[in-house]
Design a protein around this ligand. Structure first.
Ligand code: EPZ
Length: 416
């Protein structure tokens, strides 16, 4: 299995371009099932998760061409309404096809996605929403079956903010009869990008980006061309890399309106940040100031930046607190950071980070996507060599991460 080898203590410099957002591309690709017309998606990141979603579209009968970062999808003849376990088990976001299949064909059968290392990952809110719209849900033999004579618009109030449930209900509602209002909806940039895409197809979605989203059902959708929004978590990851290596780098196409909290926290840690148009220049620090965080749904501090922040704070000049309020087990990177000399203790969903002056390179193992990002950041700062294994997790969410860091001057390579 591939590994990434990092020789630490090399300054970064120059500029980097951010890829399209994984968490926007996945629901948008699934939502193309809602139309029989061709959709052309540009700025689609070539990630393992995207390749799995592309395979899922073909499995249900869609026809796709994925060249470079452009994905053409034609879902004229969907013939199979089942998302098989062998695909769903490799990518939980496969559950997004349920909302799309139900929305267009009033039927869907999707393998139960199960949990992952960061948490149990329930989908009760998705299923409750579908039932409220008129679907009959049965679960047996590890599959969720959903059927509906028709889907009727209704009011749905999520008692927990859920990105996946918000996306799935939007997809089920765009062709439903009447009006659906989602309260306590997710406001993440990828939800807004999904809504913008569906509106280009002819859907009638308003309020996206706020906690109340309204969808008025339409009889059918057309095709369109859409550019996937840049990945604000990837942007944040490179910003944290400048911070942890005391380097100055420029991010060419940073989605500035999506990273306000990340900018605020990096400035609190002592980084200097300058915006010029869509370019963002970050100047890091030798010893970041301690800056505590609490992960929250957007626009709060993103849970998908928590692991990267833990790495940065492990070098701070004091103590900081990291409260993870979204996922019950998202501290799997901590033991690996501690093996590199960090001094972080975890109690429940709180980590206390006592900053240290330096880290030492070590062989480390990636447990999940963002834990992998935090270990790359730590390796860039550490004295000596860090050998990072199980990097297939990283490839799910970062397009050629080692190439991008190499272009910035890091001594980093992928070995077989
Ligand atoms: C999405 O996961 C992202 N994945 C995750 O990013 C991200 O961490 C998460 O949103 C939170 O922002 C994609 O977009 C593909 P949720 P999702 O439903 O939709 C609870 C990454 O690193 N909940 O917003 O699965 C749940 O337990 C990945 O890119 C229910 O209780 O997350 C959690 O506590 C990791 N019932 C909270 O809501 C449900 O039916 C937020 O989960 C659904 C969720």
């Amino acid at each position: 299995m591939d590994k990434i080898i990092v020789e630490g203590r090399n300054k970064l410099s120059g500029s980097v371009s951010i890829s399209g957002s994984k968490n926007a591309a996945l629901p948008i690709i699934a939502s193309t099932i809602l139309t029989a017309k061709e959709c052309a998606l540009t700025n689609v990141p070539r990630l393992n998760d995207v390749l799995v979603m592309n395979k899922l579209i073909k499995t249900v009968g869609g026809d796709t061409d994925f060249t470079g970062n452009t994905l053409y999808i034609r879902n004229k003849n969907i013939t199979n309404f089942k998302a098989p376990y062998d695909l769903v088990k490799t990518m939980r976001a496969s559950v997004y096809v349920m909302g799309a299949l139900l929305g267009r064909y009033r039927q869907a059968e999707v393998a139960l996605p199960g949990g992952c290392v960061i948490g149990e990952r329930p989908i009760n809110l998705h299923l409750q929403g579908f039932e409220k719209m008129g679907a009959k849900i049965t679960i047996e033999h590890g599959y969720i079956k959903a059927k509906a004579k028709k889907l009727k618009g209704t009011e749905i109030n999520f008692d927990v903010v859920s990105v996946g449930a918000t996306a799935n209900i939007i997809m089920a509602a765009v062709l439903a009869e009447g009006r659906t209002v989602i309260s306590n909806a997710a406001c993440e940039p990828h939800i807004a990008d999904l809504a913008r895409f569906l509106n280009k197809l002819g859907a009638k979605i308003t309020g996206y980006g706020s906690k109340e989203i309204e969808i008025r059902g339409v009889p059918e959708l057309k095709g369109c061309k859409h550019e996937i929004t840049p990945d604000y978590i990837e942007a944040g990851t490179f910003m944290a890399a400048a911070g942890i290596t005391n380097s100055k780098i420029t991010i060419n196409n940073a989605p500035l309106e999506h990273i306000e909290i990340i900018i605020q926290k990096l400035e609190e840690a002592g980084c200097k940040i300058k915006k010029t148009g869509t370019k963002l220049t970050v100047q890091g620090v030798e010893r970041p100031k301690p800056a505590s965080i609490e992960t929250r749904p957007y626009p709060g501090f993103p849970t998908d930046m928590q692991a990267q922040w833990s790495a940065l704070m492990s070098l701070s000049s004091g103590a900081s607190i990291i409260n993870e309020t979204i996922w019950e087990k998202r501290f799997m990177h901590i033991p690996e950071l501690n093996r590199m000399g960090a001094n972080i203790s975890v109690k429940g969903n709180t980590a206390v980070v006592e900053g240290v002056a330096g880290l030492s390179g070590a062989p480390v193992m990636v447990s999940d996507l963002r834990a992998g990002a935090s270990l790359v950041l730590a390796g860039l700062r550490a004295r000596g060599t860090t050998e990072i294994s199980r990097i297939y997790h990283l490839d799910r969410g970062y397009e050629r991460i080692e190439k991008k860091f190499e272009m910035l001057g890091a001594k980093i390579k992928r070995v077989k």
